[in-house]
Design a protein around this ligand. Structure first.
Ligand code: MEV
Length: 428
């Protein structure tokens, strides 16, 4: 059984952290090797994209304290931004007092879109497609025998009449496909392409686009947490728990009503979501597109999360968003670091991975709101950011911490000041 609580992790050396992590996750130190070497060979990279000349690395940090559906989980974050891993880990610690995160997922249903233009009679064509639904689904079902073997396949077909477009009305068929543990883009795109000739024959129209929709609103992940109000003072002893709770709720209310704030609020959620999506080799552009389109589904862009209090005055957070991630196929399969990430989390299905990711998004959101609603994010953020600025100014080894601390003490975290401090240290 994994133990996600490793005390003092932050203060250990890299080697010590690796040893502790392997121990806490019941894994051999070898299983962490893909992260110490970068994971991907140039040869593999050369097969993944075009014109490869090398690799681009990101820091890999571990989110601690997470308990999702009663199970401890150590969460790998691939991200360049300071404060994200620490923020999520701290919120996961507070959430434990309320039982951690409770997460669920819908069936892993993706939507493929088939655009049909040049249709003479829209209503007639629309109903004819429904008349042929069974045979169309049967044809789509055949395209991926492996997916079918694992219980996936074509599930449903819906026909939409799109009006008011610049080229006049057209039909769009939605093919609903159960992709099980895959992200599903390949299976769905292949199925949509395969159905095109039959659809043209049925409608007497012309099939134009055949492509997956990233607004994966049939593949939703949901997470909930309850934070006892007494926990909310931890680390913020100068504030009452009720003040922190009400501050978080008021911060959420801002995002719920104002798209300018909602964009930033949701960006904070995506700080956590993307970091795990990237660490597992999944397509973060797809997740981003789906998240923001879902946030605008009412016609007005709003918050993906909610924050309220329960009858006992505890803080309750929820997050609901599309989560098209896979654990088979794509980069997840070929990138050793992505495989190590899936192994570390001990997930056996794409849905389990989605449940962890949505929980991380909720934790990250709370970290940002808690800081913003109290002391502001700059104090915590700046001390971490200062280290990056010190490195950028040329500091190395123990100089990094010295230059960073001086800048924080002076409340001037800028590269020119870091260079000056560094010069002064080298002279003395
Ligand atoms: C920064 O990367 C993310 C935040 O701006 C999120 C938020 O404002 O809620 C702190």
């Amino acid at each position: 059984m994994t133990n996600s609580r490793i005390s003092g992790f932050y203060n250990l050396t890299l080697d010590e952290r690796r040893a502790k992590l392997a121990d806490a996750a019941n894994q051999t130190p070898d299983s962490l090797l893909p992260w110490t070497t970068g994971g991907l060979s140039a040869e593999s990279a050369d097969h993944m994209i075009e014109n490869v000349i090398g690799m681009y690395a990101l820091p890999l940090g571990i989110g601690l304290n997470f308990m999702v559906n009663g199970r401890d989980v150590l969460v790998p974050f691939a991200i360049e931004e300071p404060s994200v891993v620490a923020g999520a880990s701290f919120m996961a610690k507070l959430a434990r007092a309320g039982g951690g995160y409770f997460a669920t997922t819908s069936e892993p249903l993706m939507i493929g879109q088939i655009q049909v233009i040049n249709v003479v009679n829209m209503n007639e064509a629309r109903l004819k497609i429904y008349e042929h639904k069974a045979e169309l689904l049967a044809a789509a079902d055949e395209i991926d025998p492996i997916l079918k073997k694992f219980g996936g396949g074509a599930r449903d077909l819906e026909v939409r009449l799109i009006e008011g477009s610049p080229i006049g009305p057209f039909l769009v068929i939605h093919l609903i496909y159960d992709v099980r543990d895959a992200m599903g883009a390949n299976a769905v795109n292949t199925a949509c392409e395969k159905l095109a000739p039959q659809i043209e024959a049925i409608t007497n129209g012309k099939v134009h686009l055949r492509i997956l929709s990233n607004l994966a609103d049939r593949r939703i992940a949901r997470a909930r947490c309850t934070i006892p109000v007494s926990e909310l003072t931890m680390g913020f002893e100068q504030f009452k728990g009720e003040t922190v709770r009400d501050g978080i709720i008021a911060a959420w209310a801002f995002a719920a009503t104002d798209p300018y704030r909602a964009a930033t609020h949701n960006k904070g959620i995506m700080n956590g979501v993307d970091a795990v999506v990237i660490a597992t080799g999944n397509d973060w552009r797809a997740i981003e597109a789906g998240a923001h389109a879902y946030a605008a589904r009412s016609g007005r862009y709003t918050s993906l999360s909610t924050w309220n209090k329960d009858k006992d005055g505890n803080l309750v957070g929820t997050l609901e968003m599309p989560m098209a991630v896979g654990i088979v196929g794509g980069a997840t399969k070929v990138h050793p670091a992505a495989q190590a990430a899936v192994k570390l989390m001990g997930v056996k299905t794409a849905n389990e991975l989605a449940e962890i990711i949505v929980s991380v998004g909720l934790a990250q959101n709370m970290a940002a709101l808690r800081a913003l609603a109290t002391e502001g994010i700059q104090r915590g953020h700046m001390s971490l950011h200062a280290r990056q600025v010190a490195i950028a100014a040329g500091a190395s080894g123990e100089m990094i911490e010295k230059v960073a601390s001086q800048m924080v003490a002076e409340k001037v975290v800028r590269i020119d000041r870091a260079e000056e401090i560094l010069k002064g240290m080298k002279v003395s």
